[in-house]
Design a protein around this ligand. Sequence first.
Ligand code: NAD
Length: 508
Amino acid sequence: MAVDIPQRPTLFIDGEWTSTLSGKTRPTINPYDAQVLTEVDEAGPEEAERAIASARKFFDTSDWSRQSCKQRCALLSRYADLLQEHKPKLAQIETLDTGKTLKESEIDIDDVTNVFRFYAMEACKLDHDKQVTGELIPETVRSTVVHEPVGVCVLITPWNYPILQLCWKLAPALATGNVVIVKPSEVTPLSTIYLVKLLLEAGFPPKSVQLLTASGASVGPTLTESKDVDLVSFTGGLSTGRRIIRSCAETIKRCTVELGGKNPNVVFADCDLDLAVDNVLTAVFTHSGQVCSSGARLIVEDSIADRLVAGVVERAKQIRMGSGLDPESETGPLVSAEHLAKVEGYVKLAREEGGKVLCGGCRPDAKEHPELAKGYFFLPTVVDRCNRSMRIVQEETFGPILTVERFKDGDEDEAVRLANDTQYGLAGGVQSKDTTRAERVARRLRHGTVWVNTYGAYTPQAEWGGFGMSGNGRELGSKGLDEYVETKHIWNETQPALMGWFKGAARM
Ligand code: NAD
């Protein structure tokens, strides 16, 4: 199948595909072989201003936000169908741009299809106003709680899950009648361009969505500072998240940030060892570790630590790396040369801090694997002898690096203390055959998602988000919808009378 890589113009503003006034473009690179896939338009503040003005006008003057949920949700269902129809092409684009395997891209598309279907149903629950009754409400009063869209929503997404992260925002935002300005990562913009084309094909009003392909520096401040933007939903790194919260503060706009993680995977001695090895590998090496919920910290009970780590190392060495388009590949490259350098830097640091690299720690050997030499590949890496004082344990490397910490036999409290001893709190795992203990430990972890005897699954019905510095909002589930909804209380006195509060009050 010929790959249908989106071509310029790649900005969608005021209902039209357009290029920048400056003519500025940016190459997008295939991380497998470092070749340029295509050039996309690089928007600047002027284009961002135009997108905001169009979105504002459309929200304020069109009947889009006043449509019944049923009408909007028919569009969501149609969109879900289109995602499935276009899955082969969309998956190829995602794989070429991110380096992830085709299988992973296809799973992402299936997942977000379910997210659209879920919100098509969930949003309709908000169509029913809530009548407030009871002894605190006078009989003459009709007290009603109604739900309304927030308004103009800016959706900013990262490069590791371009389709998935965008759709987690798009589906609830559109289901509730908002208008959106989409800003994908400049590293991986291609699938987002395709997704916007499909929105138009599904029948969403053209001005309900605006697309800016650009770096954060080019358009970010214009979008986040604007008084005409009502909400910013951001997924990305901690330092960018901080900057965005500060920038939104000036206009008190709604701002949710979904940030990084340094996620513990706690393995007790009574685990099923084969299962635990498999779970540890899946947790940390899927998508070469470029996963916010990656189980990058192995916290293992002393008595089985050596056996477990040996099993993980043995299997990590066998992971087949290659082009995401090759069905034999189990994992692909890192996303960019810049990110590869960052990951290499972390391994160097780990060695300096006293960590022992048991496998990986470098790029694949170019003589042994000439086919991997041009791309940004990094071998699955296990670093033993780690502790909480080391930066490799505290900071998100976002690469295929597993650190190993041990806890004393039988000391559940120490396991929990280590697992919670992080500035982040996105996700974690517990591996144990004792399901009562596993559930108890899961409840004690200060992390937004905890997997027991597995790792990585999610469902549209259940909330996703972080504790601590992993973020301040929730996506998915009913709370994921609430982010995009304003709630208004209408107190309607049906038999008005003078309130008589001020002595001078009298009928005129
Ligand atoms: P990043 O913070 O560098 O960039 C994310 C997005 O923000 C990009 O679109 C970028 O262009 C934009 N941006 C940058 N500066 C901006 C500014 N000043 N104003 C507005 N937008 C700006 O993150 P990344 O490197 O693309 O993604 C990796 C990070 O994302 C990791 O930390 C990962 O953990 C996190 N992540 C979190 C989740 C989650 O669900 N919590 C999911 C996926 C990724």
